[in-house]
Design a protein around this ligand. Structure first.
Ligand SMILES: Cc1cc2nc3c(=O)[nH]c(=O)nc-3n(C[C@H](O)[C@H](O)[C@H](O)COP(=O)(O)OP(=O)(O)OC[C@H]3O[C@@H](n4cnc5c(N)ncnc54)[C@H](O)[C@@H]3O)c2cc1C
Length: 411
């Protein structure tokens, strides 16, 4: 068969390789002057290429499309990704949180590995080629229009990514193709991004990394998100860092009017244990000031903010804090309120939530339910996961699942 893959990102390169390995004629079209521009910036240049978890553990990290990707992540998991890269001379390693990286710590090696695999399999790669349209006739996909020229194929795979970091080439072209063909798109919204906040106290506040805290999101008292204990950055009018990124993926379709976020600075302590700790610290600090006392509980730069909220004078003696103020402090440490303004935009969002409507794609082969020779893989689909290597693993798994629909001519 003659197969066309649109997009030279993680999913497109993997899919093109796997189909070509079965003896098909595969051409891949990439609009950029080089392959894998987005892969290059992943994992802060180190590429967190997968995560050493499977099944339910993996699915816990999938935000949208859990059921849809179940088959794909079983078919092709992190062991397969590791084997794939080993075969092309790129060994991988597992780090904290089961995160998998190339041993070299270079994302460019992941791109090289994928490119090598395509070359070995005989994929024809066309760079600087913007696919403009998918050509159909009588409900069958016939080919593509690329750089003003029509080329005909037996099957077309859309691997154009989402809308995030558009400078890497993902500008939502796949959504346009899908809509033109009568498919529907779930409105794309930014995910895994920083959260702009309204709190004035943090507007001109230098960035502070909070360790071992928890973040909650509530909309009119309904809990929308509750993080694990982890790291959060606050400052310059933003919440960022791992907990904020995860939170963004759960609040990105919420109405922000009544949405509130809360930081728990002492997640390991119950209210009661914290109350006892407050009393104990005050006794131990003897004639020390409230400022000295608060330093035992909080980063220095937050002391003035807390004092203002509690309406206390930090130069007063710590033992002057009455029962009510201690109770208010306890509550504030467990529930510091943050008012979100909006999410950062697609230019800064690691991933796009939304995209190709999963109801219109058969997850067995990532095949369109409207056209028997059209496929959608990777981030163009309405699937998204948390950080940790899950998104790239999803790109690979959906790619391999698509390739499994093609007959193997080698045997
Ligand atoms: C800053 C950042 C860091 C990240 N870090 C990680 C990480 O460490 N681990 C992880 O798992 N995930 C990470 N991700 C997410 C991950 O990179 C993506 O989920 C993944 O790359 C999606 O792969 P894809 O092939 O579906 O799409 P993309 O990688 O976006 O590839 C799509 C390709 O299609 C091309 N294209 C688009 N339209 C056309 C057209 N009309 N004609 C021709 N070509 C076209 C684009 O130029 C692009 O090369 C990160 C993302 C960002 C932005």
């Amino acid at each position: 068969m003659r197969v066309c893959v649109i997009g030279g990102g993680a999913s497109g390169m993997m899919c093109a390789t796997m189909i070509a390995r079965k003896g098909h004629f595969v051409e891949l079209f990439e609009k950029n002057e080089k392959l894998g521009k987005k892969i290059y910036i992943t994992g802060k240049g180190r590429c967190n290429v997968s995560n050493a978890t499977t099944g339910d553990e993996f699915l816990k990290n999938v935000v949208n499309g859990k059921k849809f990707v179940m088959g794909a992540i079983t078919r092709f998991d992190y062991n397969d990704t590791t084997q794939f890269f080993k075969e092309v001379g790129i060994p991988l390693k597992i780090e904290r949180g089961n995160r998998i990286f190339p041993e070299s710590d270079k994302s460019s090696d992941i791109i090289k590995g994928l490119e090598k695999a395509m070359n070995w399999a005989g994929v024809r790669i066309h760079l600087n080629c913007i696919v403009q349209k998918i050509i159909v006739s009588e409900n069958i996909v016939k080919g593509i229009l690329v750089n003003g020229k029509e080329i005909f194929y037996d099957a077309v795979v859309v691997a154009t990514g989402g809308l995030s970091y558009p400078a890497t080439g993902s500008t939502g072209d796949g959504y346009k193709f899908a809509k033109e063909l009568g498919h529907s798109i779930i409105e794309p919204v930014p995910a895994l991004c920083a959260i702009k906040i309204k709190n004035e106290e943090f507007a001109n506040f230098d960035n502070l990394t909070l360790k071992n805290v928890k973040l909650f999101a509530k909309n009119t008292e309904k809990t929308i998100f509750e993080s694990e204990i982890g790291e959060l950055d606050v400052g310059n009018g933003l919440l960022s860092g791992p907990l904020a990124l995860s939170c963004s993926s759960y609040i990105n379709r919420q109405d922000f009017t009544n949405l509130k976020l809360y930081i728990d600075f002492k997640p390991a302590l119950s209210y009661e244990t914290l109350a006892n700790r407050i009393d104990r610290e005050i006794i131990e600090i003897k004639s020390g000031t409230i400022s000295d006392f608060l330093e035992t509980l909080l980063p220095k730069s937050l002391i003035k903010i807390f004092a203002k909220k509690l309406d206390i004078n930090i130069t007063d003696k710590a033992n002057q804090l009455n029962k009510e103020k201690r109770k208010n402090l306890n509550f504030l440490l467990k529930n510091s309120e943050i008012i979100p303004k909006e999410l950062e935009n697609f230019n800064c969002a690691i991933i796009t939530s939304g995209g190709m409507n999963l109801k219109e794609v058969n997850p067995k082969f990532m095949k369109s339910k409207l056209y028997s020779n059209l496929y959608f893989i990777g981030e163009v689909l309405d699937i998204d996961a948390l950080t940790g290597g899950f998104n790239l693993q999803l790109a690979f798994a959906t790619a391999v699942t698509c390739a499994s629909d093609f007959k193997d001519y080698r045997n």
